[in-house]
Design a protein around this ligand. Sequence first.
Ligand code: GLC
Ligand code: MG
Length: 421
Amino acid sequence: MDRLSAAARLMIVSDLDHTMVDHHDAENLSLLRFNALWEAHYRRDSLLVFSTGRSPTLYKQLRKEKPMLTPDITIMSVGTEITYGDAMVPDNGWVEVLNQKWDKKIVTEEASRFPELKFQSETEQRPHKVSFYVDKDKAQTVTQKLSEIFKNRGLDVKIIYSGGMDLDILPQGAGKGQALAYLLRKFKSEGKVPTNTLVCGDSGNDAELFSIPEVYGVMVSNAQEELLQWHAANAKNNPKITHATERCAAGIIQAIGHFKLGPSTSPRDIKDESDGEVKSIDLGHEVVKLYLFYERWRRAEIDNSEIYLSSLKANCCPSGFCVPPSGGEISLAEAINQFRKCYGDKQGKQFRVWVDRVLSTEIGPGTWLVKFHKWELSGEERACSIVSIIVRIKDASDHTYMHVHETWLEGFGANDGRFWI
Ligand code: GLC
Ligand code: MG
């Protein structure tokens, strides 16, 4: 990972379904809370890793459905595929490792003799992963029989049962834990082992993550029986593993606080940001607060007060301009005037805003370029713009927005003439 020039302060390695993503939370509030925390306090110097059982196809589908951040590293198909960055550049070194003592043809052939096993969809059959559904009561016997057969055929495979229904067959050296160990070795060779690593999971295929030495771990409150049983049998006395009392992403936030790994209060949980003394300015945090204010203003969750707007205006350069995604340009002062009129236009409606990939660069003494993706969910519709802001920083309590430039992210433009900021 070249984005960070030094070791990450925190690396979070999280499962997605029922861990980062709560499928029972229609409003995705815990995920949005995590997102705000990550972009405000961690994105700058930490690494976010998603580790999912999903294939690239199903992973991309989930990203379309849920307000997920862009991870630095994506581990898919139960630790058999590792990719880097938004472009999802594959790690070919990992593929080499997995080819050892693996023969997908033999695995498929032998497993298809078991009527108890039902093939999962074609998208979930990957070069180093063959996946089935199996009933809970049959899982153990089938696993034992299969292990025996593969051994006799000279293959070294790993069989993992998850979620009380999924059975995955992988090369022995694969799996979420092995993939993480591989990454940690890679970081070590670059002299960039993260200061802290927190693994997060809920089901059987996550168990391995918790057995990697040195890492902190959180089993979310809604963890599956098979993971809790694994923990009771193998890691009960490890003080670095906790069972959260909160579900999914809220459990991850809770664990950050429990292990004191850094800030653990999401900006979404702070109602009045004017409270508290400002010690130093963090542009990531400022951007998160700005768009939370924008969301709350339009949802009428804060007072319709000029105080907020005048403090925003005070932070804008009087001769500053803004280029909205639809083109043209207007002064920052005019943009605020237009914004004023939008108070409460999303009251009682589904409307959420979140920022992703907030990165700041000092482009001159005291002058910063902040770049990020701004997402808006309005009803069923999603729009995203790429935003660049030039900010001048004088001191901790004095920063000025000089210029704002927005352009639609390809394929995610809004065409309803909605307001922008
Ligand atoms: C995901 C994958 C599936 C796998 C399961 C458990 O649901 O789509 O193929 O069996 O995770 O690892
Ligand atoms: Mg899961």
